[in-house]
Write a protein that binds this ligand. Structure first.
Ligand code: ADP
Length: 728
């Protein structure tokens, strides 16, 4: 229990020195606050210390002085550590490190790393983590090259190595310390002699151990600060232990008594309460400072202006009677003007902050859209080429390498799509497109598309749609299908030789009618402790349980967000080895009556055949892939390398449809489409793009550029056929 020594407070002294030197502030106000905060901590008057360090932090943030902010966080962290709120303490030290890094200030970063190391090592008893931070601190201290800082870093390393029973290394660092230690440096001496004592004790050299321990204790009288007492407390503990092990009961009892006396002196409950209260303020300050500060000040100014305006009116009325008061009115007017100006300033600042944040969001969105484009284009090539290989060399299907290639490329595509989907939803970049759909038919299509996965795990899919569900409902088909496909494919993934039942019925909740969709499986189930978590991003059940399944852990988080966008809700029930049931409630929307009638009359879809298609595409690999896709489905086609070539071809030929890539050299797809329309040609033009950003797609279609629809690459033949069918 009393094994090792706490040397947390050494840094305070050197820190005080470096505040003026290493950090170099000439700001008297800041310096004053810092000194008071430090003194409060030295005297263990923590609420006082926190009050000043909080003021210093506020001042530092306002002035964008990051090293000053880092210094404030260091003291705040130390205060919290003193009373055992270690979580907060680490949090504050880490904030300090971030600011020190921003300020590129190695000195403060060094102190902070050292303190984090101390905390892990002494308080959390995690020597390895402690060592990690001490090494960081040691590296920085050598860069700064102040002898005393280096020596303290070496003391810390020696201490951890003693704890790890690596006595040679410990001794090595203690020797380095001895060379650097000044004879009257009692603070360093306290650490050094106590560690030497412990080192000799571990070597069973009790004589030298006792000598060092006693030297350490005899120097206590030279240590002036309150905070040294924490350190002394631990040393009394160590020495008590030492004598106890030697069976020297009298000496042991003597030091135990010293230890207990000091402990009583040091800890009092009131301080603990004080520090907790002050902590709340700092947290609030830390998180809300930047925007709230500006907004608060703006509010105050607004209030002042309102009251000032009211005051103006009263004075004006009074002016009719008493001319003398005109002076007051004038003053009020001036006041009003200056307040208005201040308000305008604050408004301006707010606007700048808002614009900055909008710019950041725009950049993020643009980045995602670019990444999506860059990744999808080559992936279209990879997936398409694999399909061509497969259709031309049937024997390749047996090759495990080929299958691995196919699996990896499809997996990569799912991953990219999932990641993009999550960010699109988070950016609110999803617009719902409600349409009337034939629900039984659509669920039938989904079932068909899931049959391949069902077969691979020998599962049966059962669809049960309650009789009272009408033929048509109104929903966003793409998002509805996305939810359904995710849930059914999960059910099929995690079930073997079982059943997956998909049922749809009406359900009433608080007088509202909902469509209740249930996906029930007889698979491996989900452990109870995961039921709350699986809707979070990247969460997957323990790999040991579900080792053979691969996924991204994003599917359910996308489902949940989409369901929320529908203003619906989702829940899950599950039992291990019995199965899982996901239930989704969608608010029910009736289909438009006219559409219902029209669609009921409509013919079932016909297959497309023998179309003459113009493909405008500059990427050679993608050309090949599209060519094969069209040939396989019995269409004729011509290929154009860019917009200009396309323009020449449409003048001489008649096409049923044009597939137009957007980004191309010489003439891009949009320009080409406008020119084609200017020639009076009405052929449907389907834009091909690798970006699936909703706003880009919308932009492509909304501008009067002649494009009929958009298809996102990589697409399958079914997607292409659906789009073409709509316009032919
Ligand atoms: P992914 O399936 O890509 O890993 P999801 O977000 O769709 O990601 O699912 C998260 C996790 O929830 C899965 O990895 C799996 O552990 C668990 N899970 C989801 N659906 C089921 C199910 N029907 N049966 C068993 N476990 C499931």
């Amino acid at each position: 229990m009393f094994k090792r020594v706490v040397i947390i407070f050494w840094i305070l002294f050197s820190f005080q020195l470096s505040f003026g030197q290493g950090i170099g502030y000439k700001d008297k106000y800041a310096r004053g606050l810092y000194d008071k905060a430090l003194k409060g901590l030295n005297d263990l008057k923590c609420s006082e210390s926190l009050l000043y360090s909080q003021q210093l932090l506020e001042y530092a943030l306002k002035k964008n002085k990051y090293d000053m902010a880092a210094a404030s966080y260091n003291i705040i962290g130390l205060n919290f550590e003193e009373f055992g709120d270690l979580k907060k303490s680490i949090q504050y030290y880490n904030s300090g490190v971030s600011y020190a890094r921003l300020a590129k200030n190695d000195t403060i970063a060094n102190y902070l790393y050292n303190n984090i190391g101390n905390l892990y090592y002494f308080k959390l008893k995690d020597s390895k983590k402690g060592l990690h931070y001490y090494q960081k601190s040691y590296g920085l201290s050598k860069r700064i090259d102040t002898k005393r800082d280096i020596a303290f870093a070496e003391i810390n390393l020696a201490d951890v190595y003693l704890d790890l029973k690596e006595y040679k290394k410990a001794n090595y660092y203690l020797q380095l310390v001895e060379k650097k230690m000044a004879p009257n440096d009692y603070e360093m001496g306290m650490s050094y002699y106590s560690l030497m004592g412990y080192y000799y004790e571990m070597q069973n050299d009790f004589l030298n151990a006792e000598k060092n321990y006693l030297k350490c204790i005899s120097d206590f009288k030279f240590q002036e600060f309150e905070y040294h007492k924490s350190h002394q407390l631990d040393i009394y503990g160590m020495v008590y232990n030492f004598y106890k092990k030697q069976n020297k009961i009298k000496e042991a009892l003597y030091y135990l008594e010293k230890h207990d006396q000091l402990q009583d002196e040091l800890f009092s409950k009131e301080r603990n309460i004080e520090i907790k209260m002050a902590g709340g303020d700092i947290e609030a300050l830390e998180y809300k400072y930047k925007v709230q500060q500006i907004e608060n000040e703006k509010k105050i100014q607004e209030q002042k202006i309102n009251s000032s305006t009211r005051f103006n009116k009263v004075v004006l009325i009074f002016l009719g009677f008493v001319i003398v008061f005109s002076i007051f009115i004038f003053k009020a007017f001036v006041n009003y003007k200056s307040l208005s100006k201040k308000l305008a300033d604050y408004n301006y600042q707010l606007q700048v902050a808002r614009e900055k944040s909008e710019e950041a969001t725009r950049l993020k969105t643009q980045f995602l859209s670019n990444v999506s484009h860059e990744l999808r284009t080559p992936l279209y090539g990879v997936i398409g080429m694999a399909e061509i290989l497969e259709s031309e060399h049937k024997e390749i299907k047996k090759s495990p390498y080929f299958n691995a290639l196919k699996f990896s490329s499809h997996y990569l595509l799912t991953l990219i799509n999932d990641v993009l989907n999550v960010y699109k939803i988070e950016d609110n970049d999803i617009e719902f497109n409600y349409e009337n759909i034939n629900i039984r038919e659509e669920i039938g299509h989904i079932k068909e598309s899931m049959n391949v996965i069902a077969k691979s795990n020998k599962n049966e899919i059962i669809v049960s749609i309650s009789d009272d569900i009408p033929q048509f409902i109104k929903t966003d088909l793409t998002r509805f299908s996305q939810i359904l496909i995710n849930l059914v494919s999960n059910a099929l993934k995690f079930t073997k030789k079982g059943k997956v039942t998909l049922s749809l019925s009406f359900d009433k909740k608080d007088d509202n009618t909902f469509l209740k969709l249930e996906v029930l499986d007889t698979g491996i189930g989900i452990p109870e402790e995961y039921l709350d978590k699986i809707f979070e991003k990247f969460v997957q059940v323990d790999v040991n349980l579900q080792e053979q399944y691969k996924g991204t852990g994003l599917g359910l988080s996308i489902v949940k967000r989409l369901v929320e966008l529908f203003k619906g809700s989702i829940s899950v029930e599950s039992k291990i080895r019995e199965g899982s049931k996901f239930t989704v409630w969608f608010p029910y929307l009736k289909a438009d009556e006219i559409v219902v009638l029209e669609q009921q009359k409509a013919n079932p879809q016909t297959k497309l055949k023998n179309l003459n298609i113009l493909v405008v595409e500059d990427n050679k690999i993608n050309q090949m892939v599209t060519q094969k896709l069209l040939e396989k489905n019995g269409h004729k086609f011509q290929m154009a390398e860019n917009g200009l070539e396309a323009l020449l071809l449409v003048e001489e030929n008649k096409f049923d449809v044009i597939l137009m890539d957007i980004n191309m050299p010489v003439m891009n797809g949009i320009e080409a489409s406008i020119k084609i329309r200017n020639l009076g040609i009405k052929t449907p033009i389907i834009a091909l793009t690798a970006s699936d950003k909703e706003n880009i797609l919308k932009e492509i279609l909304e501008k009067k550029n002649g494009l009929t629809d958009v298809l996102v690459k990589p697409f399958e033949y079914g997607d292409l056929e659906n789009v073409i069918l709509r316009y032919i």
